[in-house]
Ligand binder design. Sequence first.
Ligand code: OGA
Ligand code: NI
Length: 338
Amino acid sequence: MENLEQMLVSSWCDVQSTVPNSYVHPPENRPGKFIVASSRAIPVVDLGGHDQANSTVQQILKACEEYGFFQVINHGVSEDLMEESMNVFKEFHGMPSMEKVRECSKDPNRSCKLYTSGENYTKDSLHYWKDALTHHCHPLDKYMKYWPEKPTRYREIVGKYTIEVGKLGLQILKMLCEGLGISTEYFNGSLSENPVLLVNHYPPCPDPSLTLGVGKHRDPSLITILLQDEDGLQVFKDGEWISIQPITNAFVVNVGLVLQIISNGRLLGAEHRVVTNSSIARTTAAYFIYPSNESFIEPSKELIINGSNQPLYKSISFGDFRGNFFYKGPKVELDLQK
Ligand code: OGA
Ligand code: NI
């Protein structure tokens, strides 16, 4: 690999007053091409309600059917832990490039790694305005030893954080099972066994109208749980981009393509992107719930038998899905269809 230290956006953006050519996106993909619907918002679901469990399930189900996105409040994850985690994520990305590279190079199998733009910087001719730290989270005793040791609190705080967010993720998946009418155990075990944390960092950009932090995509997960404290994330719905405004102490939850397949198209793996801004660095943490590579993903048999519908997608191992299909971009659904 070329010199990662020098490729990181955060290592050169301070001394660069214009956007380098390889970060300038074609006009049709630039922010501003589509209307940003400032008056629209994704649903907010309160998980702390007492005796209305059933209506909470219905709210989550409806949000996942209509938007593929919602925010959760009163979700049970400690607010102090959320704040401490965000601080430690920001501190990590604020360290000198050399230290970031060193702290993410402990595992030869690269279960913890630092990268910039997309994961394929050297192959891509067009780049995204972001740096990222990513690592596996489960089981902790297998992976934590490869996580950064600087900031010194990283392992302790992020270890707790991934446990708490993981529990929340399983709770949401269980509620979706109830809503869909499939076994509430469906996602326990191998289907949710392989969570990964992605700590994104989008430095300020001299001209946000030309660049993207992340291009339009669907996540290859069951669900993704995002911590954010600045705006920049947008979801594509009905031909418009809707901005997802941060709510203090809330998480943004979205449906990934794997859950779209398992729900036989009923839940929407929604398309989203990240735009940049010229004034402040934005840091986010996405917790992706992934199956193990060996598990098969396919429309739930309960949905097919209980309903009168036909399966819309073929059965495929998660490993093949990630390797062969995900990187095909928007065409992916056609390839998966029966
Ligand atoms: C992602 C993603 C959103 C954000 O990492 O897949 O969509 O706001 N991130 O960082
Ligand atoms: Ni995403």
